[in-house]
Design a protein around this ligand. Structure first.
Ligand SMILES: Cc1ncc(COP(=O)(O)O)c(C=O)c1O
Length: 395
Protein backbone atom coordinates (compact mmCIF):
# COMPACT_ATOMS: atom_id res chain seq x y z
CA UNK A 1 0.00 0.00 0.00
CA UNK A 2 1.82 3.11 -1.22
CA UNK A 3 -0.77 5.80 -0.84
CA UNK A 4 -1.55 7.14 2.59
CA UNK A 5 -5.23 7.70 3.23
CA UNK A 6 -5.28 10.56 5.69
CA UNK A 7 -8.50 10.65 7.71
CA UNK A 8 -7.36 12.63 10.74
CA UNK A 9 -8.08 16.21 9.68
CA UNK A 10 -9.22 17.17 13.19
CA UNK A 11 -5.62 16.65 14.35
CA UNK A 12 -4.11 18.74 11.63
CA UNK A 13 -4.50 19.43 7.92
CA UNK A 14 -1.87 19.53 5.19
CA UNK A 15 -0.93 23.11 4.30
CA UNK A 16 -2.48 23.95 0.93
CA UNK A 17 0.06 24.38 -1.89
CA UNK A 18 -1.16 27.97 -2.35
CA UNK A 19 -0.55 28.60 1.35
CA UNK A 20 3.04 27.38 1.05
CA UNK A 21 3.58 29.57 -2.04
CA UNK A 22 2.19 32.60 -0.21
CA UNK A 23 4.61 32.02 2.67
CA UNK A 24 7.81 31.44 0.71
CA UNK A 25 8.93 35.02 -0.07
CA UNK A 26 8.63 35.99 3.59
CA UNK A 27 11.30 33.55 4.78
CA UNK A 28 14.42 34.78 3.02
CA UNK A 29 13.59 37.48 0.46
CA UNK A 30 11.29 39.75 2.43
CA UNK A 31 12.65 38.67 5.79
CA UNK A 32 12.47 42.05 7.54
CA UNK A 33 11.24 42.38 11.09
CA UNK A 34 7.91 44.29 10.98
CA UNK A 35 8.87 46.20 14.12
CA UNK A 36 11.79 47.97 12.38
CA UNK A 37 11.56 51.33 10.66
CA UNK A 38 13.58 50.86 7.46
CA UNK A 39 11.86 49.84 4.25
CA UNK A 40 12.57 46.09 4.50
CA UNK A 41 10.78 46.05 7.85
CA UNK A 42 8.03 48.41 6.71
CA UNK A 43 7.26 46.11 3.78
CA UNK A 44 6.73 43.24 6.21
CA UNK A 45 4.69 45.44 8.55
CA UNK A 46 2.46 46.50 5.68
CA UNK A 47 1.93 42.87 4.61
CA UNK A 48 1.07 41.86 8.19
CA UNK A 49 -1.50 44.66 8.34
CA UNK A 50 -3.09 43.66 5.02
CA UNK A 51 -3.27 40.05 6.27
CA UNK A 52 -4.77 41.21 9.57
CA UNK A 53 -7.49 43.16 7.75
CA UNK A 54 -8.37 40.22 5.49
CA UNK A 55 -8.52 37.75 8.40
CA UNK A 56 -10.59 40.17 10.49
CA UNK A 57 -13.07 40.54 7.64
CA UNK A 58 -13.39 36.75 7.37
CA UNK A 59 -14.71 36.53 10.94
CA UNK A 60 -16.70 39.78 11.04
CA UNK A 61 -14.15 41.60 13.22
CA UNK A 62 -12.13 44.80 12.94
CA UNK A 63 -8.43 44.53 12.16
CA UNK A 64 -7.45 45.98 15.54
CA UNK A 65 -9.32 43.16 17.29
CA UNK A 66 -7.04 40.45 15.82
CA UNK A 67 -3.97 39.38 17.84
CA UNK A 68 -1.56 36.91 16.27
CA UNK A 69 -0.48 34.03 18.52
CA UNK A 70 1.36 30.73 18.11
CA UNK A 71 -1.87 28.75 17.75
CA UNK A 72 -4.95 27.41 19.50
CA UNK A 73 -3.30 26.46 22.77
CA UNK A 74 -1.79 29.90 23.31
CA UNK A 75 -5.02 31.66 22.35
CA UNK A 76 -7.07 29.53 24.76
CA UNK A 77 -4.55 29.93 27.58
CA UNK A 78 -4.32 33.68 27.03
CA UNK A 79 -8.08 34.22 26.95
CA UNK A 80 -8.56 32.32 30.21
CA UNK A 81 -5.48 33.23 32.22
CA UNK A 82 -5.44 36.80 30.92
CA UNK A 83 -9.08 37.33 31.92
CA UNK A 84 -8.52 35.74 35.31
CA UNK A 85 -5.67 38.12 36.10
CA UNK A 86 -7.26 41.28 34.72
CA UNK A 87 -10.73 40.72 36.16
CA UNK A 88 -9.89 39.28 39.58
CA UNK A 89 -11.22 42.34 41.39
CA UNK A 90 -14.64 41.64 39.84
CA UNK A 91 -14.55 37.96 40.76
CA UNK A 92 -12.76 34.64 40.66
CA UNK A 93 -15.40 32.38 39.18
CA UNK A 94 -15.22 30.94 35.64
CA UNK A 95 -17.54 28.63 33.73
CA UNK A 96 -16.64 26.07 31.10
CA UNK A 97 -17.96 22.74 29.82
CA UNK A 98 -16.80 19.22 30.58
CA UNK A 99 -15.85 18.50 26.95
CA UNK A 100 -13.42 21.31 26.20
CA UNK A 101 -9.98 20.83 24.67
CA UNK A 102 -7.19 20.27 27.19
CA UNK A 103 -5.88 23.78 26.44
CA UNK A 104 -9.02 25.14 28.12
CA UNK A 105 -9.51 22.46 30.76
CA UNK A 106 -5.95 22.59 32.01
CA UNK A 107 -5.88 26.39 32.12
CA UNK A 108 -9.01 26.16 34.25
CA UNK A 109 -7.37 23.55 36.50
CA UNK A 110 -4.35 25.80 36.87
CA UNK A 111 -6.61 28.64 38.01
CA UNK A 112 -8.38 26.32 40.44
CA UNK A 113 -5.02 25.61 42.09
CA UNK A 114 -4.55 29.36 42.46
CA UNK A 115 -7.76 30.14 44.29
CA UNK A 116 -10.28 30.51 41.46
CA UNK A 117 -13.56 28.60 41.37
CA UNK A 118 -14.53 26.74 38.20
CA UNK A 119 -17.97 25.46 37.25
CA UNK A 120 -17.90 22.76 34.58
CA UNK A 121 -21.27 22.58 32.88
CA UNK A 122 -22.33 19.04 31.93
CA UNK A 123 -23.32 17.94 28.42
CA UNK A 124 -26.02 15.57 27.18
CA UNK A 125 -25.44 12.17 25.57
CA UNK A 126 -24.63 13.83 22.24
CA UNK A 127 -22.12 16.25 23.79
CA UNK A 128 -24.39 19.30 23.71
CA UNK A 129 -24.17 21.96 26.43
CA UNK A 130 -27.48 22.83 28.06
CA UNK A 131 -28.27 26.56 27.86
CA UNK A 132 -30.17 26.62 31.14
CA UNK A 133 -27.19 25.08 32.94
CA UNK A 134 -25.00 27.90 31.64
CA UNK A 135 -27.54 30.51 32.69
CA UNK A 136 -27.89 28.97 36.16
CA UNK A 137 -24.14 28.73 36.66
CA UNK A 138 -23.58 32.49 36.21
CA UNK A 139 -23.07 34.35 39.52
CA UNK A 140 -22.26 37.96 40.40
CA UNK A 141 -18.56 37.03 40.68
CA UNK A 142 -18.42 35.17 37.32
CA UNK A 143 -15.81 36.72 35.03
CA UNK A 144 -15.75 34.35 32.04
CA UNK A 145 -17.70 31.67 30.21
CA UNK A 146 -15.59 29.53 27.84
CA UNK A 147 -17.36 27.04 25.56
CA UNK A 148 -15.93 25.57 22.37
CA UNK A 149 -17.69 26.03 19.04
CA UNK A 150 -17.35 22.41 17.90
CA UNK A 151 -15.79 19.54 19.75
CA UNK A 152 -12.55 18.16 18.31
CA UNK A 153 -13.40 14.53 19.13
CA UNK A 154 -17.09 14.03 18.42
CA UNK A 155 -17.72 17.12 16.27
CA UNK A 156 -20.78 18.32 18.20
CA UNK A 157 -21.56 21.97 17.40
CA UNK A 158 -22.60 24.06 20.40
CA UNK A 159 -25.35 26.72 20.45
CA UNK A 160 -22.79 29.53 20.64
CA UNK A 161 -25.06 32.42 19.58
CA UNK A 162 -27.57 31.43 22.27
CA UNK A 163 -24.86 31.22 24.93
CA UNK A 164 -23.59 34.61 23.68
CA UNK A 165 -27.02 36.11 24.38
CA UNK A 166 -26.96 34.75 27.92
CA UNK A 167 -23.47 36.07 28.67
CA UNK A 168 -24.29 39.49 27.19
CA UNK A 169 -27.43 39.83 29.29
CA UNK A 170 -25.40 38.84 32.36
CA UNK A 171 -22.49 41.16 31.48
CA UNK A 172 -19.98 38.28 31.55
CA UNK A 173 -17.14 37.83 29.04
CA UNK A 174 -17.52 34.95 26.58
CA UNK A 175 -14.61 33.03 25.04
CA UNK A 176 -15.06 30.49 22.25
CA UNK A 177 -12.49 27.97 21.03
CA UNK A 178 -13.23 27.92 17.31
CA UNK A 179 -10.18 25.84 16.32
CA UNK A 180 -12.37 23.12 14.82
CA UNK A 181 -14.83 25.41 13.05
CA UNK A 182 -12.66 28.13 11.49
CA UNK A 183 -12.63 27.43 7.77
CA UNK A 184 -15.41 24.85 8.08
CA UNK A 185 -18.39 26.87 9.29
CA UNK A 186 -19.13 30.57 8.73
CA UNK A 187 -17.80 32.56 11.69
CA UNK A 188 -19.14 35.97 12.63
CA UNK A 189 -18.09 37.27 16.03
CA UNK A 190 -21.02 39.72 16.11
CA UNK A 191 -23.69 37.14 15.29
CA UNK A 192 -22.14 34.72 17.78
CA UNK A 193 -21.93 37.38 20.50
CA UNK A 194 -18.41 36.42 21.55
CA UNK A 195 -15.77 38.60 23.19
CA UNK A 196 -12.81 36.31 22.51
CA UNK A 197 -12.31 33.62 19.89
CA UNK A 198 -9.39 31.23 19.32
CA UNK A 199 -8.25 30.02 15.90
CA UNK A 200 -5.32 27.87 14.81
CA UNK A 201 -4.13 27.95 11.19
CA UNK A 202 -3.02 24.31 10.95
CA UNK A 203 -6.61 23.13 11.26
CA UNK A 204 -7.67 25.06 8.16
CA UNK A 205 -4.96 24.02 5.69
CA UNK A 206 -2.60 26.70 6.96
CA UNK A 207 0.82 26.35 8.61
CA UNK A 208 1.52 25.07 12.10
CA UNK A 209 2.62 27.43 14.87
CA UNK A 210 0.38 30.37 14.01
CA UNK A 211 -3.08 31.31 15.20
CA UNK A 212 -5.03 34.22 16.53
CA UNK A 213 -7.10 35.47 19.37
CA UNK A 214 -9.98 37.73 18.45
CA UNK A 215 -10.35 40.21 21.28
CA UNK A 216 -13.35 42.51 21.23
CA UNK A 217 -12.47 46.20 21.60
CA UNK A 218 -12.17 47.37 25.19
CA UNK A 219 -11.99 43.79 26.56
CA UNK A 220 -9.59 43.85 29.47
CA UNK A 221 -7.23 40.89 29.64
CA UNK A 222 -3.64 40.78 30.86
CA UNK A 223 -0.83 39.76 28.51
CA UNK A 224 0.58 36.26 28.76
CA UNK A 225 3.87 37.14 27.08
CA UNK A 226 5.99 40.05 28.23
CA UNK A 227 8.76 41.59 26.14
CA UNK A 228 8.65 43.79 23.04
CA UNK A 229 5.69 45.98 22.32
CA UNK A 230 4.26 43.90 19.46
CA UNK A 231 0.50 43.56 19.05
CA UNK A 232 -0.10 46.84 20.91
CA UNK A 233 1.93 45.56 23.85
CA UNK A 234 -0.53 42.73 24.46
CA UNK A 235 1.37 39.85 22.87
CA UNK A 236 5.12 40.29 22.79
CA UNK A 237 7.36 38.44 20.34
CA UNK A 238 8.61 39.03 16.79
CA UNK A 239 5.80 38.46 14.32
CA UNK A 240 5.75 35.12 12.51
CA UNK A 241 5.45 36.87 9.15
CA UNK A 242 5.48 33.74 6.91
CA UNK A 243 2.95 32.12 9.23
CA UNK A 244 0.66 35.16 9.15
CA UNK A 245 0.83 35.24 5.34
CA UNK A 246 0.02 31.53 5.24
CA UNK A 247 -2.91 31.91 7.64
CA UNK A 248 -4.34 34.80 5.59
CA UNK A 249 -4.15 32.66 2.44
CA UNK A 250 -5.74 29.72 4.29
CA UNK A 251 -8.66 31.96 5.34
CA UNK A 252 -9.02 33.24 1.78
CA UNK A 253 -9.16 29.70 0.35
CA UNK A 254 -11.56 28.53 3.06
CA UNK A 255 -13.89 31.44 2.33
CA UNK A 256 -14.12 30.44 -1.31
CA UNK A 257 -14.52 26.69 -0.72
CA UNK A 258 -16.36 26.36 2.57
CA UNK A 259 -19.87 25.45 1.39
CA UNK A 260 -18.71 23.06 -1.32
CA UNK A 261 -16.19 21.32 0.94
CA UNK A 262 -18.76 20.87 3.69
CA UNK A 263 -21.38 19.33 1.39
CA UNK A 264 -18.89 17.00 -0.26
CA UNK A 265 -17.32 15.86 3.02
CA UNK A 266 -20.70 15.37 4.73
CA UNK A 267 -21.87 13.17 1.83
CA UNK A 268 -18.68 11.06 2.04
CA UNK A 269 -18.94 10.91 5.82
CA UNK A 270 -22.54 9.63 5.55
CA UNK A 271 -21.50 7.08 2.95
CA UNK A 272 -18.82 5.87 5.36
CA UNK A 273 -21.25 5.55 8.26
CA UNK A 274 -23.76 3.68 6.10
CA UNK A 275 -21.05 1.34 4.84
CA UNK A 276 -19.68 0.59 8.30
CA UNK A 277 -22.96 0.34 10.17
CA UNK A 278 -24.36 -1.96 7.48
CA UNK A 279 -21.40 -4.33 7.72
CA UNK A 280 -20.30 -4.33 11.36
CA UNK A 281 -22.38 -5.33 14.37
CA UNK A 282 -22.29 -3.47 17.68
CA UNK A 283 -21.03 -0.20 16.19
CA UNK A 284 -22.49 3.06 17.52
CA UNK A 285 -22.25 6.73 16.60
CA UNK A 286 -20.67 9.06 19.19
CA UNK A 287 -21.83 12.67 19.31
CA UNK A 288 -24.91 14.50 18.18
CA UNK A 289 -26.27 12.91 14.98
CA UNK A 290 -27.42 16.27 13.53
CA UNK A 291 -25.48 19.12 15.14
CA UNK A 292 -22.04 17.87 14.09
CA UNK A 293 -19.15 18.96 11.92
CA UNK A 294 -19.59 17.90 8.29
CA UNK A 295 -16.30 16.01 8.23
CA UNK A 296 -16.53 14.15 11.54
CA UNK A 297 -17.48 10.52 12.14
CA UNK A 298 -16.81 9.19 15.63
CA UNK A 299 -17.87 5.62 16.40
CA UNK A 300 -17.44 3.11 19.17
CA UNK A 301 -17.28 -0.62 18.76
CA UNK A 302 -17.93 -3.17 21.47
CA UNK A 303 -15.13 -5.52 22.41
CA UNK A 304 -12.14 -3.68 20.86
CA UNK A 305 -9.58 -1.08 21.89
CA UNK A 306 -9.32 2.10 19.80
CA UNK A 307 -5.52 1.89 19.75
CA UNK A 308 -5.56 -1.61 18.28
CA UNK A 309 -7.82 -0.38 15.44
CA UNK A 310 -5.52 2.58 14.79
CA UNK A 311 -2.42 0.40 14.56
CA UNK A 312 -4.06 -2.09 12.22
CA UNK A 313 -5.43 0.68 10.01
CA UNK A 314 -1.96 2.23 9.98
CA UNK A 315 -0.62 -1.02 8.53
CA UNK A 316 -3.12 -0.47 5.70
CA UNK A 317 -1.82 3.08 5.21
CA UNK A 318 -4.85 4.71 6.84
CA UNK A 319 -4.42 7.45 9.48
CA UNK A 320 -7.24 7.90 12.01
CA UNK A 321 -7.49 8.74 15.72
CA UNK A 322 -9.04 7.18 18.75
CA UNK A 323 -11.12 8.91 21.38
CA UNK A 324 -8.48 7.85 23.88
CA UNK A 325 -5.37 9.78 24.72
CA UNK A 326 -2.26 8.01 25.85
CA UNK A 327 -1.07 9.91 28.88
CA UNK A 328 1.92 9.01 31.02
CA UNK A 329 2.00 5.48 29.70
CA UNK A 330 -1.53 4.57 30.77
CA UNK A 331 -4.45 4.58 28.39
CA UNK A 332 -7.05 6.97 29.68
CA UNK A 333 -10.47 6.93 28.07
CA UNK A 334 -11.48 10.21 26.46
CA UNK A 335 -12.83 12.79 28.91
CA UNK A 336 -15.28 13.87 26.21
CA UNK A 337 -16.85 10.44 25.84
CA UNK A 338 -16.96 9.94 29.61
CA UNK A 339 -18.65 13.34 30.01
CA UNK A 340 -21.26 12.22 27.48
CA UNK A 341 -22.11 9.32 29.77
CA UNK A 342 -20.34 6.60 27.78
CA UNK A 343 -18.92 3.99 30.20
CA UNK A 344 -15.10 3.73 30.22
CA UNK A 345 -15.06 0.22 28.72
CA UNK A 346 -17.05 1.45 25.71
CA UNK A 347 -15.18 4.75 25.43
CA UNK A 348 -11.98 2.72 24.96
CA UNK A 349 -13.37 1.26 21.75
CA UNK A 350 -13.81 4.58 19.95
CA UNK A 351 -12.46 5.72 16.63
CA UNK A 352 -12.49 9.22 15.15
CA UNK A 353 -12.46 9.54 11.37
CA UNK A 354 -12.21 13.11 10.08
CA UNK A 355 -12.37 13.80 6.36
CA UNK A 356 -10.82 16.66 4.44
CA UNK A 357 -10.35 18.36 1.10
CA UNK A 358 -8.18 15.55 -0.24
CA UNK A 359 -10.54 12.72 0.77
CA UNK A 360 -12.04 10.89 -2.21
CA UNK A 361 -14.92 8.44 -2.63
CA UNK A 362 -12.26 5.79 -3.38
CA UNK A 363 -10.62 6.45 0.00
CA UNK A 364 -13.95 5.98 1.76
CA UNK A 365 -14.78 2.82 -0.19
CA UNK A 366 -11.33 1.45 0.61
CA UNK A 367 -11.93 2.12 4.31
CA UNK A 368 -15.31 0.40 4.14
CA UNK A 369 -13.57 -2.61 2.56
CA UNK A 370 -10.60 -2.98 4.91
CA UNK A 371 -12.14 -2.04 8.25
CA UNK A 372 -14.71 -4.83 8.83
CA UNK A 373 -12.08 -7.63 8.57
CA UNK A 374 -9.90 -5.70 11.05
CA UNK A 375 -12.82 -5.53 13.46
CA UNK A 376 -13.47 -9.27 13.06
CA UNK A 377 -9.82 -10.12 13.65
CA UNK A 378 -9.60 -7.95 16.76
CA UNK A 379 -12.84 -9.32 18.13
CA UNK A 380 -11.59 -12.88 17.63
CA UNK A 381 -8.65 -11.99 19.87
CA UNK A 382 -10.72 -10.01 22.35
CA UNK A 383 -11.25 -11.47 25.83
CA UNK A 384 -14.44 -9.41 26.25
CA UNK A 385 -16.14 -10.07 22.93
CA UNK A 386 -18.38 -13.08 22.60
CA UNK A 387 -19.72 -13.42 19.08
CA UNK A 388 -22.60 -15.72 19.89
CA UNK A 389 -23.80 -13.88 22.91
CA UNK A 390 -26.65 -11.45 22.26
CA UNK A 391 -25.73 -9.36 25.28
CA UNK A 392 -22.16 -8.85 23.91
CA UNK A 393 -20.03 -7.33 26.65
CA UNK A 394 -22.67 -4.93 27.82
CA UNK A 395 -23.75 -6.88 30.94
C1 LIG B 1 -10.53 22.43 19.83
C2 LIG B 1 -9.06 22.64 19.87
N1 LIG B 1 -8.56 23.61 20.65
C3 LIG B 1 -7.25 23.86 20.72
C4 LIG B 1 -6.35 23.12 19.97
C5 LIG B 1 -4.89 23.43 20.09
O1 LIG B 1 -4.45 24.11 18.97
P1 LIG B 1 -2.87 24.17 18.60
O2 LIG B 1 -2.51 22.79 18.13
O3 LIG B 1 -2.77 25.18 17.52
O4 LIG B 1 -2.15 24.57 19.83
C6 LIG B 1 -6.82 22.10 19.14
C7 LIG B 1 -5.89 21.29 18.34
O5 LIG B 1 -6.23 20.67 17.36
C8 LIG B 1 -8.21 21.85 19.09
O6 LIG B 1 -8.73 20.87 18.36
Amino acid sequence: MDKIIYLDHASTTPADAEVVTAMLPWHSEQFGNPSTVYSLGLTAAHAVQVAREAIAKAIGADADEIYFTSGGTESDDWAILGTAEAQQKKGRHLITSTIEHHAVLESMEYLEKHGYEITRVAVDGGGLVDLESVRRAIRPDTILVSVMHANNEVGTIQPIAEIGKITREAGVLFHVDAVQTAGKLPLDVEALGVDMLSVSAHNLYGPKGIGLLYLRKRTRISPLFHGGGQEKGRRAGTHNVPGIMGMAKAFELAGARMGGDADREAALRDRLWQGLSGDIEAIYLNGDPVRRLPNNLNVRLDGIEGEAMILMLDMEGICVSSGSACTTGSLEPSHVLLAMGIPAEHAHGSLRVTLGRGTTAEDIDHFIKVFPPIVSRLREMSPVWCANCACKQRN
